[in-house]
Design a protein around this ligand. Sequence first.
Ligand SMILES: Nc1ncnc2c1ncn2[C@@H]1O[C@H](COP(=O)(O)OP(=O)(O)O)[C@@H](O)[C@H]1O
Ligand SMILES: [Mg+2]
Length: 603
Amino acid sequence: MNTELYDDETFTPEEKEIPSRKAFGKLMPLLKDHVGGLVLCLIMLIGATALSLYWPILMKRAIDVNITGGDFDGLLITVLIIAGIQCLTIVFQFVQRIKLEIIGQNVMLKLKKRLFDHILKLNISYFDKNPVGRLMARVENDTEALRMLFTNTVVLVVGDILLVTGIYAVMFYYSWRLALVLFCIIPIFLTLTYIFQRKTTPHFLEVRKKMAEVTAKVTEFLHGMSIIQIFHRGEYARRKIDVANRLKFTEDRYVNIAVVLYFNTVFCFEYIMIALVLYLGVLWIQSGHITVGMISMFIILIWRSFEPIYRTSEQLANIQKAIAGAKRIFALLSQDDYMKDSEKPAEWNGLKDSIKFENVWFSYTGDDNWVLKDVSFEIKVGKRVALAGVTGGGKTTIISLLLRYYDPQKGRITLDGIDVRDIPRDVLRKRFALVLQDILLFPDTVKANIALDEPGVTDERVVQAAKIVEADHFIRRLPNGYDTEVSEKGANFSRGERQLLSFARALVTNPDILLLDEATSSVDPETERAIQESLRKLMKGRTSLIIAHRLSTILDVDEILVIRRGEIIERGTHTDLILQNGYYSKLFHLQFKNKNGVLKDAG
Ligand SMILES: Nc1ncnc2c1ncn2[C@@H]1O[C@H](COP(=O)(O)OP(=O)(O)O)[C@@H](O)[C@H]1O
Ligand SMILES: [Mg+2]
């Protein structure tokens, strides 16, 4: 039995609802274009199976006719035919494998494309609920499991069914008595197998669960290795993993004993059958029902009829895996949590008057956990507004709502009086430049990371943008300049350099509104100066909404909104707020006073 771990055994609640039949039903249309190829494969499979049944018959002939009759020329011919048949079987199998593999690759390519297209259209909130790892498993492992099922398991199972049916047909044809005796043993054997399956399946699941736990723990500790070493937590990690391992092994031992027991039983059955053939065969040779050749043919056929059983256990695990994979894939495909645009989109192309939040209430969970409570403010075109306050206040959420990653439950957000819900998302987002707190760089060239495949962005435009935000000189110092590859998560750039790249990216389309969630971490003074300078240029002439952690950014904005627990509790210019001597003033004195002028604690 295969105890291999499923990569992701968890289903989200909505995924459970898809029955296997329906899941596979949805796979069928993908096969539509390949009917011809599939029929060819089936013919090849039947051919290969039939041929592989033919050589035991030839064996019988060799013994009964050639050897018994002393016809050694005839024996040579029979042996040559057997060899020829083997070669032909191999050719059939080869053609069938290759053909099916190609079809399988094609189908999975289509499926992966469909999955990815689908994921791209899903609402942002779907990704809050479903971690990236799980989606990765859907696109990669589940499709792979399906492909394996298709190119391997199905063939083996169909082939095995054909084989066993063929074997008994041949047996009955040559000696129905002997075949009948053997046939009667099958139900006993199947019953035993059934009982074994029933008893062990829960334990197999348990082993897999325990194995997943061990893997999860090891991954967790490996990710946190630096923390573990800094805090000398090696012993702690070792103990935790040791316990998980022990639990797994206890369960494993039971399963292993059961498996050994089962296969030995199967073994016994195989030899009981062979013994029966020998005994009855010899008995019946005298009465003329059976020949020596037939006995050897029966023995070969019995051996062959057990091959599928030794294989099946492994196939069962693959089938289960693929069924689970198919269900998850189609559950994902039937998710219609799409970002939908308004049926009657409004005309809006660029900000002319103002951005307005009107009594906006918002909760991520859709219940009474309000993250924003009755938030109202206005940004006149060309003005700069800053959001200030400690982590978790709801500042980033405000930006997410403005860009319609989420929609508020109450109240509305308008641009020039038009509800953002009536503006198509791509029109909306084109007008905004967004610089996020977490800067995400893709594994591609620096140039591509700035241009982001935006139509109409030329290389000159990229360089121009980089120059404005003071990124040009450090990019030029890179080994391949603008064509330097960015490594995973931008690890080959400093924090400050990544920030400058993200500014260039924001600027490259020359949008009219800037949304900026400043990075919190402090950088060296030289980079700090560069960032300040480019920020100033970035904001110039643009309506801006800034989550500011830098003193210098905040000082000269037109209005500061102080957010605390989802509410705007103070508003005004920096001077106003300091004079008010309220929350902002306290925050300012407590936290803005560190050397870099960066509010450390803000999110
Ligand atoms: N995707 C999300 N799903 C659920 N809760 C979230 C999500 N993003 C943020 N929150 C919660 O909303 C609150 C406000 O978060 P955020 O807007 O990021 O605050 P800030 O940017 O001011 O630090 C926090 O309590 C945070 O835990
Ligand atoms: Mg934030």
